[in-house]
Design a protein around this ligand. Sequence first.
Ligand code: ATP
Length: 418
Amino acid sequence: MITIGVDDTDSEEGLCTTYLAAVMMDRLADLGEIKGFPKLVRLNPCVQFKTRGNAAIAFSLDTDRVEEAKEVALKTLMELSDFAGPKTNPGLVVAENVPEELTRFYRRALDEVLEVREAEDIIERCGLWFRSFKNRRGLIGALAAMGAEFPDETYELLAYRKPERWGTPREIDEESVWRADELTYPGTWDTVDHHNRKVVFAPHSKDPVLFGIRGEDPEAILSALKNIRSEPFERMVIYRTNQGTDVHINEGEIGGVVENRSYRLRGVVAKEAEAIEGGHLFFPLVSENGGGSISCAAFEPTKNFRDLVRALAPGDVIEVYGAVKKRTLNIEKMEVVALAERTALEAPLCPSCHRRMKSAGRGQGYRCKRCKTMAEGKVEFPLHREIEPGLYEVPPCARRHLSKPLVRMRGRNVHPSR
Ligand code: ATP
């Protein structure tokens, strides 16, 4: 048995590491048997070297023709990598036994920004076969994917376009996608965005992916697929993945966050959210024990989620989930733990008829004309809050790959965005 890891073969101009791996697996099937589902592994979403979603692939092949398998893998990588891409730095690793330390390396690759040298040290220490190109950064993702173990997991089916269609508009019957969602949600999710009236399971770029269906298990995904009408696809693969699991989220304290990591932070809203040009919202969150403050952001692409952020008030206790970049937490999800009581000063109610009293004239207090009751001044009334306690998330059109959707957090007080 060998395990193959590959990463960093595509560019913004085209191709896709998952497509390359799909072709590679097809070719390797002539030399043995692909064991189980291939892994589609998302790594630290804050890494600036990524093309799109910081994905890497690993899979296992049961074969006794190891040397031939390496040759086929390398040949496929040479053929289907966009070497001209400024950020394309392919890495390919093959191991007969996956060293245990790769699982630790995976955990670190989710959380930290690693150096190529660290990947090369492991390869040398463990005597792994590898090929790397340009600045060799792809070795990091390749190794991390090989070592990835998923305490929680989901699945994604990726359908790939025929090469002659790459770069042309995708032909997908949107009505059939809505129907597939209707029939298979909550077994599948993030196929469409109901609130924003958008099909969100297909990219718009020139890459070979036609669409991706995400779900809890392969059966739910395949029954969604049966309902989708689209241009014919060249091939499809179901991946086992760490997407939708929150595996990137660290428990943290506001005062102790490290840049480029993702956290769940609890704190008190210090001020109402303020908008800047472009519709991005920011508000400060302070820790309950006074140990620090952090700016939290809901950017314009989070669309209707911003209405919830606007409904927050000073004193609300919340927990926010997201990546910290430039001392700002980009909210993926939030839990409203306790709402502060908000009040407004208004004319008092008549103690007899309970209607609102009217001013009796300047400096003369309030009175009820019908009951002739009097009161001195305005009194404080609790204000209705537009938000209630519970978990809220950004809509599917703004979902980060690793974020656990609320549809997977049943049993809690959730308000899934669909
Ligand atoms: P796609 O989603 O289309 O596959 P991508 O967003 O996955 O593209 P890559 O082309 O894989 O982007 O580029 C990400 C690069 O960053 C890879 O070289 C990968 O090895 C590297 N990388 C991944 N995680 C880390 C990390 N934690 N620290 C440093 N480098 C990393």
